[in-house]
Structure formats: structure tokens, C-alpha cells
Write a new protein. Structure first.
Length: 129
């Protein structure tokens, strides 16, 4: 299953922009521009968290913005702006990002650098380091 959506303007939700989003089980692709085309891909397994944002105007016209947080180098905060079926796409991304991490056997290692108090813990437990 895949979704292909076009970014819409907020006024009446019409698709008068030159940005398209394609969401598949393995990849999110963003294409934008008319004279200078820019295409950006993000692997699904790199997405850590997903947030749905809907302003009042977006709700009036049945639109939403999906905000994907991840470890992609080119776009760590990927925004899929002003699209229809935003809740379905958010749930799809959330499900398949976890599915792709399990298939690739990747490990999410955020905040693994330690924090305050790590050295004190090492003083009490000599096997720590």
C-alpha cells in the first residue's frame, strides 16, 4: 500500500502547489519545484516519532500536517504539509517505520551518550566501564 498526496494551499484546500509526497512501506519521497526540481528520500526505518498537526484552517478544509522526526541527514524534521488523509498517513508511517526497523534489525540508540550522574554511577560500580 502507498499514499501519494499533493501539498495544498490552505484556502479551500486546492492542490495548486508543485510539491508532491509519496509514502510507501519503505520510503518517503518529497518532490518540489517547477523550474528546479528537488527530490528528497527518507527511509522509513530512520523515522523515530510522528506527530499530526492541524490548524483551524486545515481542519476546516480537511487537511493536516504530518511531522516526522528521525535520523535522516538531509531532513531530520520532515514535514508533510497540508495534505488530505493526514491521520491515515501518520498511522501508516508510525506502523511501517517500526516494521522496517524490525526487518532491518536496527536499534534506536537515542540519548545513549549518558547524562548527568553517569560518572557517579561508575564510581559505585567498578564494572560499569
Amino acid at each position: 500500500m502507498a499514499y501519494k498526496e499533493r501539498k495544498r494551499i490552505l484556502f479551500f484546500g486546492l492542490p495548486w502547489t508543485f510539491t508532491t509526497y509519496q509514502v510507501t512501506e519503505e520510503l518517503i519521497t518529497t518532490r518540489s519545484g517547477i523550474l528546479r526540481r528537488i527530490e528528497n528520500d527518507c527511509y522509513m526505518y530512520k523515522i523515530v516519532d510522528v506527530r499530526l498537526e492541524t490548524s483551524l484552517l486545515e481542519r476546516l478544509f480537511g487537511l493536516g500536517t504530518v511531522h516526522c522526526f528521525g535520523g535522516d541527514v538531509t531532513d531530520p524534521d520532515l514535514l508533510i504539509r497540508h495534505i488530505r488523509h493526514a491521520r491515515e498517513i501518520k498511522d501508516f508511517i508510525l506502523h511501517y517505520s517500526e516494521d522496517q526497523r524490525l526487518k532491518r534489525k536496527t536499534l534506536n540508540t537515542q540519548n545513549i551518550g549518558g547524562g548527568p550522574g553517569l560518572e557517579e554511577m561508575a564510581d559505585h560500580d567498578p564494572c560499569m566501564f
